[in-house]
Structure formats: C-alpha cells, structure tokens
Design a binder for this molecule. Structure first.
Ligand code: ADP
Ligand code: MG
Length: 356
C-alpha cells in the first residue's frame, strides 16, 4: 500500500513539475518554449530514504548539479537512516550517546526548535513508539495503554543532552531513541537546492516521495506547477499550486498505514498519547522557501488538527502557507497562496487574524 501511494504521489508531482503537464491545459506558446528547453533538461530517478526521488535540472550544468545532489542525498541517507545500523542515528540510538556530524546537528537543532514552537506536536524522540507499532519493520501491532505509558517516558527532550557546538548527544534515560524521519527529507531537498546553486543550476526541481522543492522558475520563465494529491482519490488532485523557489511538502495519514479490524493506524504519532494522531485533517501541505521547516510543520500541523493548525499559521503567516484537507472533506487554503492555488474543489480561505 505504501509503495503504491508513494509512486502515485511522485508520478503526479513530477508530471506536473517536470514540465510534462498534459493534464493541465497550457497555451501552445508555453508548450513550444518548454519543448525547446527539453534539450537541456537532465532528470534522474533514484531510491533513497525509503522513497522514490526524481531530480530535474535545466541548462548545461544540469548533469553536474544532479550528480552533486545525488551524492549529497546518498550521504545524508547514510547518516540519518534509523534502519541502517552503521548510520549516525542508529549508532547513537544503540549506544545512548554519540557525536553527530554538522548536517545531523543542524537537523536536530531545527527539530528541537520545532518541538518547542509547536508545543510538542513535533517530537524527534518518537522512535520507541514507532517501533512499538511496528512501523520500521512493517511487523505491525497495537501496543496496549500501559506499554505506551512506559514508552512515552522515553520521549521527553528534557532527558536528552545535546551540544550543538560539539555535536555530542546523550540520553539520561535508557531506551531513548532519535528519529529525524519527520524532517529529514525537507533538509535534504534544501540541500539539493544548495547543490544546484553551487553548480550554477538556476532552474530545477526535486521530488522526494511527492515532497517537491523548486529552484527558480521553469526555463521559459513560467512558474512551476505542483499538484497536491487528493488523500482519498488516487488519481485526483486537491489542486495545483504555481510557485517558484519553494518547497511544497505534504503529510497525511494516507501515506503509510496498516489496518486492523477495519481501523486504520497511520504513521504520524501524537506525542501526547503515543498513538496515531487522531486528527480531523487528512492531509496538510506546507508551502515555504524553507524545506526543513515545511517538512517539520507538515507533520506537526497534522498532529495539531485544523483548529490549532489554523491558529499556528495565523501567528506564523510570514514564514509559510498551507493547504488543509479535512475528514469532513473540506479544503482550506491560507490567504498567502490563494492567488496561486487553483483548487479542484470548493475551498475556504483562511485569513490572517485581524489584530484588535
Ligand atoms: P513522510 O516522511 O512519510 O513524508 P512525515 O514528514 O509526516 O511523513 O513524517 C512522518 C515520520 O516522522 C514518521 O514515519 C516518523 O518517523 C516520524 N514521526 C511520527 N510522528 C512524529 C511526530 N509527532 N513528530 C516528529 N516526527 C514524527
Ligand atoms: Mg514531515
């Protein structure tokens, strides 16, 4: 189920972002320009971070930019993977102490900032809980309340000592484990954009399992068109966003889950309960120039649910925009992107709070 959804999301995102957007009527003039630029378009598909990825770069430096980006992705994957016993994270988790590299430190710092700013909705210490539900091994089970109560004691960031200067981390409670899976792909897509920039690629995009980040505009100067997957309808989009220099990152309970006795258990945990977040949101898309922020917030706002997520956006509207789709099938878009989002469904605009 997971693979199918990821594939569909990537396909949709890349179809629209790589310029081959047959599903959307575009003027023939734009099509001609796009065709002319096909010659200088370089694409590469790869599988890393448990995800299908698609890289696209335009211009004569495209090949060099993509190769630099691929090396960077593989390097980050080797450092961050919880499942690879030799990664920095797995070593730290096994030993209860360790020294992190610069990249991993930067991710952990951002994760801890988000943990504070989201009142704990984002929590990078959920790995013992993820394991209890069987997500890393896909040997799914439903832990009972007392098991979850015990495991929640392992998720308090107060019990982690971290020095960003030296990169040292240690846990003061045995069994604590780090999981940067809720934020790592956003950091990675930021890093891909950095690789493109240093290779003088000024137009390109990356799709990491449907999480899209773009640099510049398309070569013909038009905006990238990013489709947002409908969480309930495999072949449908909630809408299409026109954007440049932006990350568009989605989290949803439909992405990774198992079912037992007709109940769906997904992979985004509520750190307050240790259970899959009982959210009235089916999907949360964050739009921001900052990929790591977008990834962390897509997870956190999903956990918060519509009301709190709306309030969070209203107090942080300068840093991101969002698209929400709820369990009662309502589509919401924040005011900052209302003019560049073409909704496929009736949609409500979330306005900034008017200050008294
Ligand atoms: P995906 O990585 O599937 O695109 P997310 O970005 O929402 O989706 O990240 C979900 C992953 O984040 C989970 O697989 C788990 O590793 C981790 N995670 C789960 N719940 C939380 C949470 N409340 N805060 C931070 N990370 C979480
Ligand atoms: Mg995320």
């Amino acid at each position: 189920m997971l693979r199918r959804w990821i594939f569909v999301t990537v396909l949709c995102a890349s179809m629209l972002c790589c310029g081959c957007s047959e599903q959307i009527a575009e003027s023939s003039a734009i099509d001609e320009t796009s065709a002319a630029n096909e010659e200088t378009k370089t694409t590469r598909d790869l599988f890393a971070m448990d995800t299908y990825m698609c890289l696209t770069a335009y211009g004569e430096n495209g090949e060099a930019g993509i190769t630099a980006a691929e090396n960077c992705i593989q390097d980050l994957d080797a450092r961050l993977s919880t499942g690879n016993a030799s990664s920095e994270i797995a070593q730290l988790n096994a030993n209860g102490t360790g020294t992190l590299s610069e990249d991993t430190c930067a991710i952990l710092q951002e994760a801890l900032t988000l943990q504070r700013e989201t009142d704990g909705a984002f929590n990078p210490l959920m790995y013992p809980i993820m394991q209890a539900w069987g997500f890393p091994t896909q040997e799914y089970r439903i832990p009972d309340a007392s098991e979850l109560q015990e495991l929640l004691l392992l998720t308090d960031p107060e019990n982690m000592q971290f020095s960003p200067e030296t990169g040292t981390v240690s846990f003061s409670v045995s069994g604590m484990e780090l999981d940067l899976g809720g934020i790592a792909k956003g950091y990675t897509s930021d890093a891909v954009m950095d690789c493109f920039r240093s290779s003088d690629v000024t137009s390109g995009m990356v799709s990491l399992g449907g999480n899209v980040q773009t640099i510049g505009t398309k070569p013909d100067g038009s905006l990238w068109r990013v489709a947002i997957q409908h969480p309930d309808k495999e072949k449908d989009f909630l809408g299409v966003l026109e954007t440049k220099d932006c990350a568009v990152i989605t989290s949803g309970g439909y992405e990774r889950y198992f079912e037992e006795n007709g109940v769906r258990y997904h992979h985004i945990m509520d750190p307050a309960t240790g259970r899959p977040a009982d959210s009235d949101l089916l999907s949360v898309t964050i739009v921001s120039p900052n990929g790591i922020l977008a990834d962390g917030l897509s997870t956190a706002l999903f956990v918060m649910g519509l009301e709190q997520a709306t309030a969070y956006w209203q107090s942080h509207a300068e840093t991101f925009d969002a698209v929400f789709y709820t369990t009662d099938e309502t589509l919401y878009v924040t005011a900052g992107i209302q003019d560049c989002f073409s909704a496929n469904y009736p949609c409500e605009i979330i306005q900034e709070e008017t200050k008294p």
